[in-house]
Write a protein that binds this ligand. Structure first.
Ligand SMILES: [Zn+2]
Length: 224
């Protein structure tokens, strides 16, 4: 789950949906949870559901979500507590991505952190995939987009090995923004810092975890 910087509120809104373009300008047209690119029908999602007391028009309560993550999440979280959120937490360090298991809590988490990571995965159904026992609904196309992206990622990686240039790193970053699923790109190019840097630059509003003497710095307003 890419960690994002929403920034200060750019406008006042009379309806939460009016914040869509401003959000997309800051963090790109991607689901903040599953990382799928959404060019149309992207939804402004309330982190703290309005039905559970969340502020309907508060910029800091907004993320962009695909309709699938939003519809699985519904009003199922009472508040922000017990989950990791991409606008305040070091979410890239909370989850591990792989082609086989999709998304899991990162190894080495404390028990309470692992619980928050699992709760976040379950809240949006981020690991739903056919024949896994954790089935997507018929309407849910996140897994199809993810499989397509993983194919492109693997091809891009193989091509990188034969053409490891700065220009090609930039092209890979453009391809990454086209196909989305940021964390799978980061997973595959894990040891290729030149590509990682270009990808982080290309995905708008990406927050990179900060370290102090090798120790992760907890994000402001976050718990991780
Ligand atoms: Zn999503």
């Amino acid at each position: 789950m890419r960690s994002i910087i929403r920034g200060n509120v750019p406008n006042s809104y009379t309806h939460y949906k009016d914040a869509r373009n401003d959000l997309a300008e800051r963090i790109g047209w991607f689901c903040s949870y599953c990382e799928m690119p959404v060019r149309n029908m992207i939804e402004v999602e309330h982190i703290h559901p309005v039905a559970n007391g969340g502020n309907e028009l508060d910029w800091d309560n907004f993320l962009l979500s695909c309709r699938y993550c939003n519809s699985v999440k519904k009003n199922n979280n009472m508040n922000r507590v017990g989950f990791f959120w991409p606008d305040v937490d070091n979410t890239p360090l909370a989850f591990e991505y792989s082609e086989s298991n999709i998304i899991e809590p990162a190894t080495g988490l404390q028990p309470n952190e692992r619980s928050s990571a699992l709760s976040s995965i379950n809240l949006m159904g981020l690991n739903r995939t056919p024949h896994s026992g954790n089935e997507p609904t018929d309407a849910d196309s996140r897994w199809i987009a993810r499989i397509n992206a993983i194919g492109i990622i693997n091809e891009s990686y193989n091509d990188w090995l034969t053409c490891p240039t700065q220009q090609f790193a930039r092209q890979i970053a453009r391809t990454a923004t086209g196909h989305g699923f940021y964390s799978f790109w980061i997973m595959k190019f894990n040891n290729v810092q030149i590509v990682i840097n270009e990808i982080n630059r290309a995905f708008l509003g990406t927050y990179e975890p900060q370290y102090n003497n090798g120790i992760k710095v907890i994000r402001q307003n976050g718990s991780f």
